[in-house]
Design a protein around this ligand. Sequence first.
Ligand SMILES: Nc1ncnc2c1ncn2[C@@H]1O[C@H](COP(=O)(O)OP(=O)(O)OP(=O)(O)O)[C@@H](O)[C@H]1O
Length: 256
Amino acid sequence: MQSPHETGATGVASANAAGPALTAEALVRAFGGRRAVNGVSLTLQEGACLALFGPNGAGKTTLLRLLGGLLKPTTGTTRLHGQPLPGEAETRRLVGLISHHAMLYPALSVRENVRFAAECQGVIDADDATTRVLTQLRVLDRADTAVRYLSRGLQQRVSIARALVHGPQLVLLDEPYTGLDETGAQALTDALGALKANGATLVLVTHNLSEGLALATHSAIMQSGKFVDEQLVSSSGIDVPGYQAKYRALVHEGLA
Ligand SMILES: Nc1ncnc2c1ncn2[C@@H]1O[C@H](COP(=O)(O)OP(=O)(O)OP(=O)(O)O)[C@@H](O)[C@H]1O
């Protein structure tokens, strides 16, 4: 297992020879003088997946929003493929955000919701892309149902489809498995695996260590706005019980 220090990089880094897809330098975000994110730097290549762990209030969601250009940092910069993250409309085309807020129109059908998102993102064949992503999330059989009639888990699948329909380069996921059954969770894992294989960069926030580590190429533990541990995850995976012990020591026993 290679540590970030062994890569010679600041923060999380992968060994891919291509230029970095996502970089953040010394990100700070304060709310009313309190720093929710307090000096985070990272570098991720295309196809990398960072699993981000930490206790409630550690700053994970705030960091995700900074990385996606959805929130302005107090200081520091975020770059996607070397470019400072662009304005809001442009950002939406490059970024897919999956959070626990469904962000769907309840009166519109599943298909209408996803197709509308595709059209807003400038997808050329929005109908095809919609059918493809609904098939991938295993919710095509409910395509004509108004979203308000769906269960929470099915709404989550539609919400994920909406976020992925335009094939984003950067996918930010905030507890995406919450509320999904086994089929939904597997469909999400498959969809994320396909995105990674196509070169998308993923940042996944979860409280479930084994779920997060299953997809991860890198992991980080965040506490009080800072990374207190970072590591590369080898292709053969990671010792989950060992990682859980380390997490407990850092976060619950205050050994950071
Ligand atoms: N818009 C805001 N205004 C004021 N404070 C905020 C705002 N957003 C986040 N915070 C504060 O920033 C800190 C980090 O919040 P954040 O939501 O990023 O944590 P988190 O690690 O995602 O937590 P959780 O695991 O509970 O989702 C918290 O103290 C929170 O109250």
